[in-house]
Design a protein. Sequence first.
Length: 573
Amino acid sequence: MASSLIPASMQARIMAGSPRNLSGAVAMLNLDLLKNVVFLFFVLRYTRKTFDSLRGYGIIGSIKRVYAAIKLWAFYLFLRAPGVRGQVDKQVTTALTKLEEKMVRKGPGITSYLALPKEGWTSEQIRTELAQLVGMEHAKWEEGRVSGAVYHGGEDLSKLQTEAIGTFSVSNPLHPDVFPGVRKMEAEVVAMVLSLFHGPSDGAGVTTSGGTESILMACLAARQKAYAERGVTEPEMVVPETVHAAFFKAGSYFGIKVHRVPCPAPEYKVHIPSVRRLINRNTVLIAGSAPNFPHGIVDNIPALSRLAVSYKIPLHVDCCLGSFIIAFLKKAGFPSPYEEEGGFDFRQPGVTSISVDTHKYGFAPKGNSVLIYRNRSYRNHQYFIFPDWIGGVYASPSIAGSRSGALIAGCWVSLMTIGEAGYIASCHQIMGAAKQFETAIREDPILSANIEVIGNPEVSVVAFASKNIGIDTYDIADAMSEKGWHLNALQDPPAIHVAFTRPTALAVEKLQLELTEVITAELEKAEERKRQGKSFARQRGNTSALYGVAGSLPDKSIVNRLAEGFLDALYKA
């Protein structure tokens, strides 16, 4: 029966051959069989990958992805054609030169120090230079003209934070036996945040340097958990397209393939059926935002929780931006997302980790965030332990080794000083301003006729875009920038958002007034363009130029070069 699998010509050779020929023929047969097995393995592997892709994106979606890849490749070749490449390089160089001139301040009274002073400066010299540095021209965050970025808890709190930082300036949590007070404060910060987000009795957590590190650690822990428990070596995660960029950084750092799920208008929430289709045997994590950074909208966490439970995979909820605002919405008298379905936190059985930035609406000093887990077993997957190091047994809870105990002390002081009543009051103030601004856009005659709110904001962020074909959204952003406002430009769709803080809440009336002035001026410019036609030279601002290019080019290499130039300029003395 087995011989029938061998071709007749090969059977004849085997039967007629010598023992030596026979052993050679068997070896050849085994080699052929091995080749076929390897070939079959690769066929099955790529068949499975193709099936997963078709299942996740559908036939039409898969065709669109192939078309996008071909279009990207064609544009890549076009940009590198001899004539085109020279023009592109020239324009990029000009843009980077202007960027560097803007970033790296030069002129009278500004001295660059490129080497250590021969003798150390006196205290008076240091104070004089610090006064000059803090006095350099900057966005007026103190006047509330900056979206997000500076989450200020008031002068009295700042003074207490400064005292705490000074008291613990040399402390390092890496040595808890040397600094037991820092260990105690860190554990209490984690416990307080767990309590806010309804952590179970065996809940656990860590502090990190910020929201990005919290998200990185959650993704790493999910990857390690899948490898340890299921042997996953090609990890994937499924996230909303509106999720924070830190998830894509985690994918790049830790070798996790990231699937982006659409968040279609008008809700701009993650499309749950698409998440379900993209889950496969390699999925290590799914995620949702509460709220997302662009639009201040909370994804359908209860539905994501049901998927997580059904497929037995972790669900991370990014509450970095919402932090101490979303946790106090109900107590401040505002609707809390999905309250009737059990909420958005650990009350949902599928939620396994939550990232919370205490340095945002917790008003702690920058460099503070908390990552909390449903239980210690999840947290333990992010630990790094190296028992064979010559320097001794090494163990650390997160990416950092040495950390600043001073920042932990500043965070603990913030939470203990403000307390529940203070956070409820700040939530009421900030949310009240955000709702006032949203209402103005929807109801003011000039604003409502020309711009519209993106979706239905649920926390402290309000995003808006032009709905008048004659007015470009990014031109509005540039005009507001000229008036001293530092707002955030968004893509897909083009929009602007305001993340309200305590200072911004106090300036909401001025924001509405000056936005109305900008819209009125842009309407006049649009009328002038109509009258003059093609002869009218349109002036494009920095935001309009950058995002206009970014949105129109399938190949983002030019935008990447501009971004690299920006990062390089940060370190030019």
